[in-house]
Design a protein around this ligand. Sequence first.
Ligand SMILES: [Fe+2]
Length: 292
Amino acid sequence: MDEAKQEYLESLNAWGEQIKDKLKSTDIPKDELNEWAANLDNWQEEIQSKLAQERNPEHKEIHELQEVGNRILSDIKNKQNKNPESSIPFGKHTLPPLPYKYNALEPYISEEIMRLHHDKHHQSYVDGLNKAEKALYDSKTDTNLIKHWLREQAFNGSGHYLHTIFWYNMTPNSAKEPKGEIKRRIKRDFGSWKRFKNLFTEAANSVEGVGWAVLVWAPRSGRLAIQTIEKHQLFQQADVIPLLVLDVWEHAYYLQYKTDKKDYISNWWNVVNWDNVNERYKEAIKVRWSLY
Ligand SMILES: [Fe+2]
């Protein structure tokens, strides 16, 4: 095997060991710890089997191994973030790794779209948000530019937050229709799954230019609602929590669907991660204000 590839695989393996060591010193419950350790073991076994082979692994195989490692690490980070004291300092946002492979949503969303959408577009919102936050919250903020940086924060920040929800709202193993508590709530608030699906689809179709369709939990109303957002931040209601978001910017579908936005929207229902929507719902309904 070529030396650089061997070195890289060995460093991935060592990285796995470091993560295991770090996990031991955290306050994660033991059963969860065992689950993570098992995931890491499986991943390291794959690395070791590649190392044991005579043949040179392809770049793609190595890249996939790296992605699996990133996913495991991101899952662990997400668990740790449940600590109410943890936060991201101003200007320090990072791009979350995709929770599946780039080609996992095919044939509904192509690998090429996912790579550009995640690696380029989402990254640019993360960079833009960091830049705006650094300018705004710096002790030497130029007060003449506050309006500009607040707008940059709104656009890029909403872009970053919405895309982060969007990746986790999708999965290659979709149940294709709601399940769990969100299923009951959709029926209660919209009459039926079919009515909700039609309304959400029409909302997405109605977006002019670039924007999103969003299912939200509205704590002030004690129920769900549907809204659209123009760009990432315009014309949305305040005081609501997004549960399910659909990106209808052209960058989300044009390379595969050209101008057929309707086809993209109808195919997208095949990759909705209803477990994730249900989890978000169960967290969101913990926020409940006096109803008015
Ligand atoms: Fe997007």
